[in-house]
Design a protein around this ligand. Structure first.
Ligand code: MRU
Length: 349
């Protein structure tokens, strides 16, 4: 199912907040509306918000009243700031916006007119979207090498079709394993507080007929101790130059558990998730989300009024706890600054 649709100047997004109850759609016709959809979690997941932001830049170009190219570029820069500030941790967002702005500047330098630049940016966003789906399929194929027969795979949050252009990163490996007849079952952490695992991972795997069971986040240790998990696969929001990986809060404790139980801990992400400008975990910005996302469950307050709530939305798993990172280019293991640099320098397949 398409969940990000570009329809001649309108960006249609499946409203992930409404899943699994209903299939609602939110439309964005301006960069500000695209930024709001990202900030409010209508669309979420690192590659998916990058794609939505790229369309946001295309919307800004469409809506610009500028009479000349310099004016258009200045409107795009305003949209850039708005879109980049909508969510801070997932680097795919800034990567996608930078790619769009570079394309606009290259076009302008080559003498393109305002209408030509608008068309160019729409085409660039569509290309970026398609490339992400292709990257996910390649991640699935590459990750298969790490999946044993009859695998029981545990995952956290939603790194699936909904979090990407389609097919998924962590769930791309799950899908490839299922297609290869190598998957017994997926265990999906419910992923408090936003419940991406319970609501989204379970929904999309069930739709595809892939066996999935949901567990409370604090049950993962029990399953690992029982020897019922063969592999943990998660997505990523930002991978620093040394391989330290930011992902949904709760990922780091899983990596510690995996180490203790000697279960491989694998990160699946496109190369657009790497941030070589950030040397290690200390430079990764961690989004703090509103405390009410924790304090309210199904609209009902479960924390006494006045008690503070901590809600960092992401944590960082040190590279040393990661068995391998799977990208569209291949499998990167062991994970160190040297292997990350080498992997990204390799020519594209
Ligand atoms: O807050 P979210 O739902 O945007 O967080 C998403 C995650 O942490 C995903 O695991 C990550 O973006 C990888 S998506 C392929």
């Amino acid at each position: 199912m398409e969940h990000i649709i570009w329809d001649r100047g309108t960006l249609r997004l499946l409203d992930q907040r409404a899943l699994p109850d209903s299939l609602a759609v939110v439309e964005a016709r301006t960069a500000a509306e695209a930024a709001a959809a990202i900030r409010d979690m209508v669309v979420r997941g690192a590659p998916a918000i990058g794609i939505a932001a790229a369309y946001g830049v295309a919307l800004a170009a469409r809506g610009s009243q500028a009479g000349d190219v310099a004016g258009l570029l200045s409107d795009l820069e305003a949209a850039e700031a708005l879109l980049k500030s909508s969510r801070p941790t997932a680097v795919n967002l800034a990567w996608a916006v930078d790619r769009m702005l570079s394309s606009a500047r290259r076009g302008a330098a080559a003498g393109a007119s305002v209408p030509e630049l608008r068309l160019r940016l729409e085409a660039e966003a569509v290309a970026l979207h398609r490339e992400d789906v292709a990257a996910c399929r390649a991640i699935g194929k590459n990750g298969l090498a790490l999946v044993p027969e009859r695998a029981r795979i545990l995952t956290h949050c939603n790194a699936g079709a909904l979090a990407t252009g389609g097919y998924g990163t962590a769930l791309g490996i799950v899908r490839a394993a299922h297609e290869a007849g190598r998957l017994t079952r997926v265990y999906a952490d419910e992923t408090r507080p936003y419940l991406q695992g319970a609501r989204l991972t379970a929904w999309e795997l069930q739709r595809d007929g892939i066996p999935v069971a949901v567990l409370c986040d604090n049950t993962a240790g029990t399953l690992l101790a029982r020897g019922e998990v063969d592999l943990i696969v998660v997505g990523a929001d930002r991978i620093a130059a040394n391989g330290d990986t930011a992902n949904k809060v709760g990922t780091y404790p899983l990596a510690v558990l995996a180490k203790h139980h000697q279960v491989p801990f694998v990160v699946a992400a496109p190369t657009s998730t790497f941030d070589l400008k950030t040397p290690d975990r200390r430079g990764i910005p961690i989004e703090e989300r509103p405390g009410d996302e924790v304090a309210l469950v199904g609209g009902r307050r479960v924390v006494p009024e006045g008690v503070p709530v901590l809600h960092p939305a992401f944590d960082v798993t040190p590279a040393a706890l990661i068995t391998a990172i799977v990208t569209e280019r291949g499998v990167l293991s062991p994970v160190t600054a040297v292997t990350v640099g080498g992997h990204l320098r390799e020519p594209r397949p």
